[in-house]
Design a protein around this ligand. Structure first.
Ligand SMILES: [Zn+2]
Length: 375
């Protein structure tokens, strides 16, 4: 840590090997195009600002200790290296955060998901390894990774080890096994949607979609995203993708903006004409998802609305579009730029999906949902 605490902040005008190093990290994260190596130019500053916003750091476009550390940590993804507890030089990185989050979602106490592999992470990992019939050595290597991934995405039920797991997994897992869910981040590629500074709607909803994907997968669902960072499928392509995947549920994500600085809050949309014909399950999920988000974030509840948009009409499964907050509103924007808040929104969506697929007698009726009449 010595060299880090001595480092001079890098910013516009800086040049040299340290700048090239920062640029390489930004490129590996897809935030910076190839260009002027070793010179801290405007593009580098914008990429740093973008990174700082997305990570919830103070946004100044300069690379001081905190940003430097966050950049180094962001380079690691799960599977890049062996992870174990080293009390002298604890492993830090996004791969550790990812491991901690997966363990926590599976009901193991791995400590706070802080990206530092400490004693609690080791204990939680060993408990998982024991339950899953692996060598309980507290090292996250290939076999453990394989087990974590299989458990996340492909469990089909009946493994006795799983039945011994903690109450939180029993509550969160089994009823999503076998469910196929398509998450659709709006916009993408050249279509960036709305923007706040260098942060775009397209990037925010993709980040949100990945967080939702991780949580749903950890709870046993099979999850597909309609796009990556550089694609912008048409509504027809998005709905065809969901239909081909034979999804049980389609969740589209957007954030809003308006000229009026007062507009704020969370709205949801489901298929319906407003005069009778509507998707009952879609309406229920639109309601659950919006209310879970509102309850957990304190954002304003703008209600659920029937729409006949192609995205909702051409999908052959319950489809809902969730508009999470206004980038044009100062408070909503602050919330949306906070990575922890986006994690909270993702947990809210997970809770809504769980409630949707719970057996009817296990979810206490909220007073408005009526089972459809049999024809
Ligand atoms: Zn949008």
């Amino acid at each position: 840590m010595g060299s880090e605490s001595d480092m001079q902040p890098l910013g516009p005008g800086s040049h040299g090997a340290a700048v090239a190093d920062v640029q390489a990290a930004l490129r590996s994260l897809g935030l910076l195009e190839p260009g002027s190596d070793g010179v801290y130019d405007r593009a580098t500053e914008l990429a740093v600002r973008h990174f700082q916003q997305v990570r919830g750091l103070s946004v100044d476009g300069r690379v001081g200790e905190e940003t430097y550390r966050a950049l180094s940590e962001a380079r690691w993804s799960l599977g890049d290296r062996l992870l174990h507890h080293d009390p002298v030089r604890p492993a830090r990185g996004d791969d550790v955060t990812n491991l901690q989050e997966r363990l926590l979602e599976l009901g193991y106490d791995a400590g706070r998901a802080d990206g530092i592999f400490g004693r609690e992470t080791e204990t939680g990992l060993q408990a998982f390894q024991r339950d899953y019939g692996l060598t309980a050595d507290g090292t996250c290597g290939p076999a453990t990774l394989r087990a974590l991934r299989q458990l996340g995405r492909k469990v089909t039920g009946g493994r006795p080890q799983l039945l011994r797991q903690s109450a939180s997994f029993v509550e969160s897992g089994p009823h999503l096994i076998g469910r196929r869910i398509v998450v659709d981040p709006g916009h993408g590629g050249a279509d960036t949607g709305f923007a706040a500074g260098e942060t775009t709607e397209a990037d925010l909803v993709l980040d949100l979609a990945s967080r939702i994907e991780g949580r749903l997968a950890a709870a046993g669902a099979t999850v597909y995203l309609t796009r990556g960072r550089h694609q912008d499928p048409t509504p027809a392509e998005r709905t065809a993708f969901a239909n081909d995947a034979r999804a049980d549920l389609f969740i589209s994500l957007h954030v809003d903006a308006q000229d009026s600085p007062h507009a704020r809050g969370v709205a949801s949309y489901y298929y319906g004409t407003g005069s009778g014909t509507s998707s009952t399950v879609g309406e229920r999920f639109a309601d659950l998802a919006r209310r879970e988000v509102v309850a957990r974030t304190g954002m304003l509840d703008l209600g659920g609305h029937p729409k006949t948009w192609d995205l909702l009409r051409m999908t052959r499964m319950p489809a809902v579009r969730l508009d999470v907050g206004y980038l044009s509103h100062p408070v909503d924007r602050l919330l949306l730029l906070d990575a922890r808040l986006r994690g909270t929104v993702a947990s809210a969506v997970l809770a809504a999906v769980q409630r949707l697929f719970l057996p009817a007698d296990a979810d206490p009726p909220t007073g408005t949902f009526v089972l459809p009449q049999r024809a």
